[in-house]
Design a protein around this ligand. Structure first.
Ligand code: F3S
Length: 701
C-alpha cells in the first residue's frame, strides 16, 4: 500500500505574496535590489533572494541613492512613498491590490474628515501601513475594545469609516460591526477581509478531521501559522507545526494510515515539496498513498487563491462555516475582485470568496471585437455582477457587461437630466435609424438625428464610435432615444464662435468644400462657411468651380475680407507664388518669338494664350501686312500661330504680340506699335482678362 497523504490545494503562497515574490525576482540583477523588511516571513525564501542580490533592509536610509526599493505586500503609509521619492530611489510597489484598496478607502475617508476605524492588530505591518493613509484613526482588535471605547468616547458620534485588516477573523469583524452599527449612526462599513486565509483554514480543518496526523509548514513565529495549527488540533490529535522538512520528528508519522499537509502563505513551493517527500518516506512502510481528487501535485497546491476569510467561532461547526461561506455569493450580487489572469476567452477574478470567479469574453462587453488583454490587466480591481454560482464546482460566472448595463442605465438617465454628451458604439442599422450601445444601454437614433445628410446610407456608421445626446427616455418600455445631430450642431456652433473670435484678413485655413454654385464654392473653415469666388479658384481659365474642385475636397484658403455683423467671409485660394505672370516675365523678353494659341477673337484683335494663365493681344493691325476687316478674316479660335512679343507692360500685366513683325520685309512703324498696344482695361493674365466682376462677400451657409 502506498502512503495516504492529502495535500491542501490552498497550501503555500497567496495571490498577494506570490505577486510580491515574483516582482522581487523579476527586478533582481547585477545591481542589488532592496525590500523594506523581509518580503515574506520565510528564511529559506529570504536566503534565496539574498543569493540573487535582493536584500532586506530596515529603512530607506539603508538604501543607496538610485537603487531599487520594493514595497512588500503588506503595504506602507503615504509618508514612506514621499521619502522614497525624496531619496531618489526607484520604486517597485508590490503592495497587495487588496491592501491597496484599503489605503484608497482610508485616504478618501480622511479627505472627507471622517474618523477611520480599523479592526485589526495595531502592531501588524499591514495596519501600520493603513494608518499611514489616515488622518484621525483608531484601531481595535476585539469587540471588547470597541465597547469600552464607545462607553468612554463621544467621538463615536462623528462620521466614521470602518475597515478591517485583510487577515482579520470574520467573527471578530461581525461582532465589532454589530456593536458599532448600534451606536454609531454615521458609520459606513467596508468588509476588506481577504479570504485567502479563510480557505486555507477551512481546508486545513477539513483535511485534519479526516487524517491521523496533520503537518503544517510555516513560520512558528507567525500568528497565522499558529492559528492554522490550533484549528487542526481541534480536529486531529497529532499536529506538527514545522518550518521545513528537517524539523519533522522521525517518529511523527509512525503508525499513521493517513496524513494531511498544508502550509502558510509564506511557505515556498520547494519547502512544501521537501516536506511531502520526507512524509512519503516516513510513511512508506506503514501506509499507502491514496490519490484522491483533493490530493494533488504540490505544484497545484500553491495555486494562488484569495478566498473567504473567516474566524472560527467556538460554537460554530466547520460545516456551518462552510455553508456560511457558500452563501456569501448570490446571483445578482455586485462583487469587487482583482484580476488574477487574462486569456483570450476569459478573465479569472479573485473575489475574496471561496469561489473561483471568471468572466467569459461574451460577458465583458457588447463589442464583439473586444480583446480581453486591452480591457484587463493582472492586479486590476474590477466590479462585476454575479451571473451564476456553481457550489459543486466552486466557480462563479461573472458579468461585467450586465453590471455596466445597470450602471449605464443610471448614467443614461442622469445624462438625460443634465444634457451631457455621451459616447457609444453603433451596433446596428435598423428600420428608421441606428442603434448605439452606450454604457451597455441600447439607444435608438432616428435617421434624421444621425448627423448624416438626408437619404445617406446609415450602414457607414455601424461599428463606429459616435457622440450623442439623450433626448428621450421611456422608463416603462426602457426605450432610449438619442441624437448625434444635436451634438454636432453644438460642436459646430462652438467652433464657429472660435473662428469669429480669431478671424483676420490673410489668416489661412484648411477647409472642406461644402457646396458649389456657378459663381463660386462654399468652404467650411471650421463651423463657418466662407465663399471662394470662381476667379479665386485658379490662375487658369475655368468656366465654373466644378472644373477644378468637387464637394468634399479639402481646400487651402485664406481670408480676403469678412463682415462679422453680416456673418460673411470672402476667401481666396490662389497663391501669389503660383501667379503665371511671374513665371512669364522671368522666362520671356520683348523680341522673343513664341508659338501661341488664339483663344478669343474681338473686333480690335485676337487674344492668344502665350502660356497657361497668360494671354497676349494680337492687335488687328499686327495680324497681317494686309488690310483686313476683322481678325476672323485671317484667324480662328484654337488656331496656333507664331508671334513676336513686341511689348511687355509689367505694371499693367499686358503683352502685345505681332504676327506681322515676323513677315519677311515688313517693318513696324511707331504708329503700328502704338496701335498694337493692349487697351488699359484688358489685362494679360487669362484668369482675369474676361472675368465678370462678380466677386464679393459670401454668405455663411
Ligand atoms: Fe493579499 Fe490576501 Fe495575501 S490581502 S497578501 S492576497 S492574504
Amino acid at each position: 500500500m502506498e502512503p495516504n497523504i492529502k495535500v491542501a490545494k490552498s497550501a503555500g503562497f497567496c495571490f498577494g505574496v506570490d505577486r510580491a515574490v515574483n516582482l522581487a525576482i523579476s527586478h533582481s540583477g547585477s545591481d542589488p535590489v532592496y525590500t523594506l523588511g523581509p518580503i515574506i516571513h520565510n528564511r529559506h525564501m529570504v536566503d534565496y533572494l539574498a543569493g540573487i542580490r535582493v536584500f532586506s533592509v530596515d529603512g530607506i536610509q539603508d538604501i543607496p541613492k538610485g537603487h531599487t526599493v520594493i514595497i512588500r505586500s503588506h503595504g506602507v503609509g503615504k509618508e514612506t512613498y514621499d521619502r522614497i521619492s525624496e531619496a531618489g530611489l526607484r520604486l517597485v510597489d508590490a503592495t497587495c491590490p487588496f491592501v491597496k484598496r484599503i489605503h484608497r478607502l482610508a485616504e478618501a475617508a480622511t479627505r472627507e474628515n471622517r474618523l477611520v476605524v480599523v479592526i485589526g492588530d495595531i502592531a501588524h505591518p499591514e495596519v501600520i501601513g493603513i494608518l499611514g493613509w489616515c488622518g484621525n484613526a483608531v484601531v481595535f482588535s476585539s469587540a471588547d475594545q470597541v465597547s469600552s471605547w464607545l462607553s468612554e468616547n463621544t467621538a463615536a458620534l462623528a462620521p466614521m469609516t470602518v475597515l478591517s485588516q485583510t487577515t482579520l477573523g470574520r467573527d471578530t469583524w461581525i461582532e465589532c460591526k454589530d456593536i458599532l452599527k448600534k451606536e454609531c449612526t454615521n458609520a459606513v462599513f467596508f468588509d476588506t477581509i481577504c479570504n485567502a486565509t479563510d480557505l486555507r483554514r477551512q481546508e486545513a480543518a477539513d483535511i485534519a478531521s479526516a487524517c491521523d496526523c496533520m503537518v503544517i509548514v510555516g513560520d512558528p513565529m507567525s500568528s497565522n501559522s499558529a492559528r492554522l495549527a490550533d484549528i487542526c488540533r481541534k480536529k486531529c490529535n497529532s499536529v506538527y507545526l514545522i518550518s521545513d522538512a528537517g524539523e519533522l520528528p522521525p517518529s511523527a508519522l509512525t503508525g499513521c494510515h493517513s496524513a494531511g499537509l498544508t502550509a502558510g502563505a509564506s511557505t515556498p513551493e520547494w519547502v512544501i515539496k521537501e516536506v511531502l517527500l520526507k512524509m512519503t518516506e516516513e510513511m512508506n512502510n506503514t501506509a499507502a498513498i491514496q490519490t484522491e481528487d483533493n490530493a494533488t501535485e504540490v505544484k497545484e497546491t500553491v495555486e494562488n487563491t484569495a478566498s473567504a476569510s473567516m474566524d472560527f467561532g467556538e460554537d460554530e461547526t466547520f460545516e456551518q462555516m462552510l455553508e456560511h461561506s457558500f452563501k456569501t455569493l448570490n446571483t445578482g450580487d455586485k462583487v469587487n475582485g482583482i484580476v488574477a489572469s487574462v486569456t483570450p476567452t476569459e478573465v479569472r477574478v479573485e473575489l475574496g470568496t471561496k469561489h473561483a470567479g471568471y468572466i467569459p469574453v461574451s460577458e465583458v462587453s457588447d463589442d464583439p471585437t473586444v480583446k480581453l488583454e486591452d480591457v484587463f490587466t493582472v492586479g486590476q480591481e474590477v466590479e462585476t455582477y454575479v451571473l451564476r454560482v456553481n457550489d459543486v464546482e466552486g466557480t462563479v460566472m461573472l458579468s461585467k457587461r450586465r453590471l455596466d448595463s445597470v450602471k449605464g442605465w443610471e448614467d443614461v438617465e442622469a445624462a438625460r437630466e443634465s444634457g451631457v454628451t455621451l459616447e457609444g458604439i453603433v451596433t446596428e442599422e435598423n428600420k428608421g435609424g441606428i442603434v448605439v450601445s452606450v454604457k451597455g444601454v441600447r439607444v435608438f437614433v432616428p435617421a434624421s438625428q444621425s448627423g448624416l445628410p438626408k437619404d445617406s446610407s446609415l450602414s457607414a456608421l455601424v461599428k463606429t464610435r459616435v457622440k450623442l445626446r439623450i433626448t428621450d427616455i421611456n422608463r416603462v418600455r426602457r426605450r432610449v432615444v438619442g441624437s448625434i445631430r444635436a451634438v454636432q450642431f453644438d460642436e459646430r456652433r462652438e467652433m464657429a464662435d472660435k473662428v469669429w473670435q480669431e478671424i483676420e484678413n490673410g489668416k489661412k485655413y484648411s477647409g472642406v468644400v461644402k457646396s458649389l454654385t456657378t459663381y463660386g464654392a462654399f468652404v467650411d473653415i471650421g463651423g463657418v462657411d466662407g465663399m471662394v469666388h470662381v476667379s479665386e479658384l485658379s490662375w487658369n481659365r475655368i468656366r465654373q468651380p466644378s472644373d477644378v474642385i468637387s464637394v468634399g475636397d479639402k481646400l487651402d484658403v485664406y481670408v480676403i475680407s469678412f463682415d462679422k455683423e453680416k456673418r460673411k467671409i470672402s476667401l481666396g485660394h490662389r497663391l501669389t507664388t503660383d501667379n503665371p505672370w511671374n513665371k512669364f516675365v522671368t522666362t520671356h523678353n520683348v523680341g522673343d518669338t513664341v508659338k501661341v494659341k488664339v483663344v478669343k477673337l474681338m473686333p480690335f484683335g485676337a487674344f492668344a494664350e502665350v502660356m497657361p494663365g497668360v494671354d497676349g493681344l494680337i492687335h488687328i493691325s499686327q495680324i497681317t501686312n494686309r488690310r483686313i476687316g476683322k481678325p476672323g478674316d485671317v484667324l480662328a479660335e484654337g488656331q496656333e500661330v507664331d508671334v513676336k512679343i513686341t511689348e511687355i507692360d509689367n505694371e499693367k500685366q499686358k503683352i502685345s504680340l505681332s504676327i506681322r513683325a515676323l513677315l519677311e520685309g515688313d517693318q513696324l512703324s511707331d504708329s503700328d506699335i502704338a496701335n498694337a498696344s493692349l487697351p488699359d482695361e484688358i489685362v494679360a493674365v487669362s484668369g482675369e482678362s474676361e472675368s465678370a466682376d462678380t466677386a464679393g462677400d459670401t454668405d455663411e451657409a
